[in-house]
Design a protein around this ligand. Structure first.
Ligand SMILES: [Zn+2]
Length: 114
């Protein structure tokens, strides 16, 4: 699981790259041919919810720390919002890789004809 999540490789063989470019997944593993996309829509929702959850927690954490240190100021709010956006961008690939591993373990990804 950690190999798939942190190195963004195929959950079945650990060799093929998960991502084609940016946040877009390869359709199949280049090493073992595993169908990485699964059924239509299998990838939507989960990683986005995870990413926003992590972003929200990070943003609230930064906001509380800055609020206690500097009081309520406009830049404190903006710094917190910036933290949310940055942490979503920074963790989204990991969330998606982890989600792919979860789909594989749940039997949602396979070597079917589609
Ligand atoms: Zn593979």
């Amino acid at each position: 699981m950690f190999r798939t999540t942190l190195r963004h490789t195929c959950p079945a063989c650990g060799e093929g790259e998960l991502f084609a470019a940016g946040y877009r997944l390869n359709a199949r593993c280049s090493a073992c041919g595993l169908d990485l996309l699964g059924r239509d829509g299998a990838h939507y929702g989960g990683p986005i919810a995870l990413g926003y959850g992590i972003g929200g927690i990070a943003g609230i954490g930064v906001f509380m720390i800055l609020l206690l240190r500097f009081g309520f100021q406009t830049w404190v709010v903006w710094a917190s919002v910036g933290t949310v956006v940055l942490s979503i961008l920074a963790t989204f690939r990991h969330c998606k890789a982890w989600w792919t591993w979860g789909l594989y373990r749940a039997g949602q990804l396979g070597r079917g004809p589609s």
